[in-house]
Design a protein around this ligand. Structure first.
Ligand code: DLL
Length: 435
């Protein structure tokens, strides 16, 4: 039987939904225009006033917001309430080492818990469940987001955070965790570690996985489902909107339901920036309809996908998004961490020994992402003294680890090895397949 956290919102008729979205958009636009110098300036530049926005159909009159805007206004320039109303800060990796910052009011946190509760319940989580949250806790939204949504449902939360896999597995076994929430690649790693330890998955009580924060394929889903003996659901979200819980799959696993009464989705052509009709592949753009601390207006997610408006077999009318098919920028998600080639470039350029030529190579081997960076050194530094080169390698590795949060495999290469580009330089090769 289908379970809903908020049936009224999840199954609302399309007309009623548009009316609600219109009402909320009008209020939101007034808020950002009146309470944010940033948005007022942007809207003035485009010649749009709050009174021009009378319904959701007027949304295309509003300017887009991008990661660059967040970066230019780091850290708090897009906050739309006084700091005393902000009760939580989160962050995700930005493009230059400076993170993207999100600020939440108390109401925003309640909204976030509500949408995450809807998401988890769509995946079948109830208060009877013991949910192990193995997303990272901290600035990353995964841990605390899943935690608060699960708490609202009344599930028993085991806040293990990520890492320390052996202990995760012991607790999962001893506590009888029924739900696992983590990145899909970590789920596979956990599955493989269980197998290696000689434990039998039948001695665990796991039945559901709620996985997201990075792209994954249906074949990966089947592998996880088989290895962990569970049903694996896709949960989607991004820091700029709130974090996890912007949408999630239901028991039919036929697209991710987006909670459109809170996040208004559009699909645009990333080149022309024009809205595309339902069903066409393009870049996903979101507008926060109910988040007051740092609302995003027409935020370009850079995620490529399609939207489908037919009512789902589960009874939900909430629009369904296909799996994320790629990105319209060069961001890579490696082991769940967002990595921009430009960040790697600025790190490499901190080292006088290095040339500005590098190549990032990412693959997935034994269910774990590999992260190699070839770095070219200046001829005068290139030596056959292995100790010197390996010291340099260690320093670069440590610096990438400290800025980006994951450790690369640095390969120092001879001068003139990396192909020089005649046009746009290609800095990354991703061998993983998500389509
Ligand atoms: O990854 C929030 C999250 C945490 C979602 C836990 C789900 C579970 P960011 O670090 O800001 O936030 O990264 C957001 O990650 O724009 C997508 O490119 C990617 N992403 C998130 N969920 C999925 C998913 C969190 N289910 C960026 N499938 C987004 C594919 C995903 N990509």
């Amino acid at each position: 039987m289908t379970m809903y956290w908020n049936k009224k919102a999840e199954c609302m008729g399309r007309e009623e939904m548009r009316r609600l979205q219109s009402e909320r958009l009008v209020k939101m636009v007034e808020h950002v225009y009146n309470d944010s110098t940033y948005y007022r300036k942007r809207m003035d530049e485009c010649g749009v006033k709050p009174q021009d926005i009378r319904s959701i159909d007027d949304i295309s009159k509003l300017p887009f917001t991008t990661k660059q805007d967040l970066r230019d206004n780091y850290p708090f320039g897009l906050f739309c309430v006084p700091m005393e109303q902000i009760v939580r800060l989160h962050a995700s990796s930005g493009t230059t080492g400076k993170p993207i910052v999100a600020g939440y009011t108390k109401e925003d946190l309640e909204m976030w818990s509500e949408v995450t509760a809807r998401s988890l319940m769509a995946a079948g989580v109830t208060k009877e469940d013991i949910m192990q949250v193995s997303y990272g806790y901290g600035l990353f939204t995964g841990g605390l987001g899943a935690h608060d949504g699960g708490t609202l449902i009344g599930a028993s939360i085991v806040p293990t955070s990520s890492g320390n896999t052996e202990k995760q597995i012991t607790l999962m076994h001893d506590f009888g965790s029924t739900v696992l929430a983590c990145t899909p690649s970590y789920a596979l790693y956990i599955a493989d570690t269980i197998k290696k330890s000689g434990l039998d998955i039948k001695d665990f009580k796991l039945k559901t996985g709620v996985f997201g924060a990075e792209p994954w394929t249906d074949s990966m889903r089947h592998e996880i489902e088989e290895k962990l003996n569970i049903k694996a659901y896709d949960i989607y979200g991004l820091t700029e909107m709130c974090g996890p819980g912007v949408g999630c799959e239901c028991e039919y696993q036929n697209g991710t339901h987006l909670w459109e009464d809170h996040f208004y989705p559009e699909i645009i052509d990333p080149e022309t920036l024009q809205p595309l009709p339902p069903g066409e592949k393009g870049e996903l753009v979101f507008t926060n309809l109910t988040k007051w601390g740092m609302p995003m207006i027409r935020y370009r997610t850079r995620d490529l996908t399609t939207l489908h408006y037919e009512t789902c077999e589960c009874g939900r009318t909430a629009v369904r998004m296909s799996k994320i098919l790629g990105r319209s920028d060069d961001m890579l998600i490696i082991r769940g961490v967002n990595v921009f080639p430009s960040t790697i470039e600025s790190i490499i350029l901190e080292f006088p020994e290095c040339e500005p030529y590098y190549m990032i190579e990412v693959d997935r081997v034994n269910n774990t992402d590999t992260f190699d960076i070839q770095v070219e050194v200046h001829p005068e530094y290139y030596t056959d003294r292995i100790t010197e080169l390996s010291a340099l390698k260690k320093r670069i590795t440590a610096r990438v680890q400290s800025v980006v949060g994951i450790s690369p495999n640095i390969k120092i290469v001879e001068p003139n090895t990396i192909e020089r580009s005649m046009g746009k330089a290609k800095h990354a090769i991703d061998h993983r397949k998500f389509e």
